[in-house]
Design a protein around this ligand. Structure first.
Ligand SMILES: C[S@@+](CC[C@H](N)C(=O)[O-])C[C@H]1O[C@@H](n2cnc3c(N)ncnc32)[C@H](O)[C@@H]1O
Length: 241
């Protein structure tokens, strides 16, 4: 896939606000089949420094509720103001386990490089996420994972950059399918490997961010061949309760 939209963004600005593999390219691929248009309300869950929120507002004209735990609302508000997007993006400081929104408020929930931190319990989607989406609304997730679950036999190249517990959040498409298939409130459309893995990681590893420099050791030793980028596309079931 060509990343025509992401490539328009200033390289230095993107690099300054990356928190992992290039989230602009992840969100561009993730949204390529979604129906997003002005007037829609979209939650960007785990938005970090808001790169993906900026993308959603600029590329689709949707109203974005940029929700994050580690990055404060004021920091993100200042960034959105500088971009002239503060009328379209509302920064929210909140925990995904206790979101402060009205039920059935959103047309879509999008989450890039975040859901694997907090969404690994079978009940999480139905209890904490799906209620906030309208009937028929879209849920789109993208996050890193493993091609196969290899926690019991972790190849040594992983331990050059990470501890085994750092990788507990990584799972295969099959693992995520088994988990999310238990949800009663969503209908899964697809769970698959994304094409952006190489380019997203390459952009991250070539940045000067301390965490990226640390990640280089494992990736240069070949850990990437066990890893992938996973997308989940789902729809809120019509039967809401
Ligand atoms: C690797 S960063 C990715 C940030 C951003 N989505 C991006 O791709 O640039 C993971 C983000 O998940 C968020 N996160 C982790 N646990 C969370 C929780 N319980 N509630 C809300 N956000 C959470 C963190 O605040 C962090 O910004």
């Amino acid at each position: 896939m060509k990343f025509i939209k992401s490539d328009k963004y200033e390289k230095q600005f993107v690099e300054e606000n990356l928190m992992g593999p290039n989230s602009l390219k992840m969100v561009e691929e993730l949204t390529s089949t979604l129906d997003l248009h002005p007037g829609m309300k979209v939650m960007d869950l785990g938005c970090g420094k808001g790169l993906t929120s900026i993308f959603l507002a600029k590329e689709f004209g949707v109203q974005v509720f940029a929700t994050d735990l580690w990055v404060g609302a004021t920091e993100n508000y200042n960034r959105f103001k500088q971009m002239g997007l503060d009328d379209l993006i509302i920064p929210i400081h909140a925990d995904a386990t206790d979101l402060p929104f009205a039920e059935e408020f959103f047309d879509a929930i999008i989450s890039v490089d975040a859901y694997y931190y907090f969404g690994r319990e079978a009940s999480f989607m139905d209890d904490k996420i799906a209620p906030f989406v309208k009937s028929g609304g879209q849920i789109a997730l993208a996050f890193p994972g493993f091609k196969k679950d290899i926690h019991d036999n972790l190849p040594p190249e992983f331990l050059l950059s990470w501890k085994a517990e750092d990788l507990e959040t990584f799972h295969s498409c099959e693992w995520w399918n088994n988990l999310l298939a238990q949800s009663q409130k969503i209908h899964i459309q697809s769970i698959e490997e994304m094409t952006c893995f190489e380019t997203c990681w390459s952009d991250w590893l070539s940045s000067d961010i301390e965490y990226a420099i640390n990640d280089r050791k494992s990736m240069e030793a070949g850990a990437g061949k066990y890893m992938n980028m996973i997308s989940v596309l789902a729809q809120r079931s019509n039967k809401l309760r």
